[in-house]
Write a protein that binds this ligand. Structure first.
Ligand SMILES: [Zn+2]
Length: 213
């Protein structure tokens, strides 16, 4: 190859290199300049900005407690769709000797229907006047001592005092014993000793198990 031809080839090659090299090089430069000049693209995490973000969104350690909270399983003692003949609170006495301040709720699911323990517990001796054949179960529900009482059940159907029961165990059958104007289940809930509360809102707030008959 002659020196002249080599020179021409070198010029052509260098020109093409310039052309080929320049276009992508300038395109890359523009792209880099555009991206580097966009505001807010740079993340600088200093101690000060971290502290500020921690202040705006505090770490919620108490959420761990929430996920770890153990909710005691609770179910209805009888079909929650059963008719209710008397609600909690003041009322006209439905029978001679029946209370005017009703400490429970009366369900009328029918005679002989099994009555289930609302939660795990132990049957205790805590006789409640007028309830006839009754069962009182002591529970610890969500860390609180709670008693559930089931009254007016059929004679001989009540689970014995001292028996440990599981939620759902049958503890008696619906009857008409004691001061009663008809076959029904009297359900009472006590939080602490003898502190009767309205069973319906308490049950609605605590029932965790769907009724499955
Ligand atoms: Zn009652």
């Amino acid at each position: 190859m002659s020196r002249r031809r080599l020179g021409v080839l070198t010029v052509l090659l260098s020109m093409s290199l310039v052309v080929i090299h320049d276009l992508p090089a300038s395109a890359t430069t523009i792209a880099q300049e555009e991206s580097s000049t966009l505001p807010g693209q740079e993340l600088v995490l200093t101690d000060a900005s971290f502290a500020a973000s921690a202040m705006k969104v505090p770490v919620m350690n108490d959420r761990d407690d929430f996920s770890l909270t153990y909710y005691t399983p609770v179910q209805w003692p009888i079909n929650p769709g059963s008719p209710i003949s008397s609600y909690f609170g003041g009322r006209a006495a439905p029978c001679a000797g029946c209370s005017t301040n009703h400490h429970g709720v009366d369900f009328t699911p029918g005679a002989g229907v099994p009555v289930h323990a609302i939660a795990d517990g132990v049957v205790v001796s805590m006789p409640i006047g007028g309830l006839g054949t009754q069962v009182v179960i002591k529970h610890v529900i969500d860390g609180q001592t709670v008693y559930s009482a089931y009254g007016h059940m059929q004679s001989g159907s009540a689970t014995a005092v001292g028996t440990r029961v599981r939620m759902g165990d049958v503890v008696g059958r619906v009857g008409n014993t004691g001061m009663s104007s008809g076959t029904h289940l009297h359900l009472a809930i006590m939080v602490g000793d003898w502190n009767f509360i309205d069973p319906l809102p308490w049950m609605r707030a605590h029932v965790t198990e769907a009724w499955n008959g």
